[in-house]
Ligand binder design. Structure first.
Ligand SMILES: [Zn+2]
Length: 193
């Protein structure tokens, strides 16, 4: 098992660092956590076949963590992704992904689908809203989500906070545990990871 930090920067452009994305490589599986600015270029630099990306977990919906999710969705397809791309994240992840597919890149997807038959037809992207608790157990690896506190400027109304859930993940495989969180201050959820 290998963990590669593809991006460690933040929302402001930094010539030396791309925005937040972490990759776990486990055999032939490549699992992304977040999809920040530059993720696809960084995957290419790391020698990861873009068509081999089929699972993404999002920590939260700040743009430096999801800004290039569209690039993962489309480039994995263009590079031979055979299965659906699964995207898991906090509530509203389904709405975000659906908006990208049906309202932002619908024409691009149709254009490539019709104009590039060698791609073999559009391969779906399936988003799932998750909440803290067990998320997946594939037999080879399992993952659970914890509620974490983002910190900084969160004196927000309850109605907004109900839609603003930040998740940390506990990934277990090969007898090892990897904890991955997004922007997080010390909190019980981080300790649990
Ligand atoms: Zn953030």
């Amino acid at each position: 098992m290998e963990v590669i930090l593809l991006g460690t920067g933040g929302p402001r452009p930094d010539p030396r660092r791309m925005a937040t994305t972490t990759l776990i490589r486990l055999g032939d599986e490549n699992i992304l956590f977040d999809a920040g600015r530059g993720v696809v270029v960084q995957l290419s630099k790391a020698g990861v076949a873009l068509g081999a990306i089929n699972t993404v977990f999002l920590t939260h919906h700040h743009f430096d963590h999801i800004g290039d999710l569209y690039d993962v969705m489309l480039n994995s397809w263009m590079h031979g992704r055979k299965d659906e791309l699964r995207v898991y994240g906090p509530p509203d992840t389904e709405r975000l992904v659906d908006t990208l597919i049906t309202q932002v890149y619908d024409k691009d997807i149709t254009w490539r689908d019709k104009g590039e038959p060698t791609f073999g037809g559009w391969k779906p992207v399936v988003a799932t809203d998750i909440i803290p608790g067990p998320v997946l157990d594939t037999g080879r690896w399992k993952i659970s989500a914890e509620l974490v506190s983002h910190g900084d400027g969160l004196d927000m109304p309850p109605a907004f906070l109900a839609r603003w859930m930040c998740l940390g993940y506990r990934f277990e495989a090969e007898g090892k545990v990897i904890a991955i969180s997004g922007d997080t201050v010390p909190c019980p959820g981080r300790a649990a990871g």
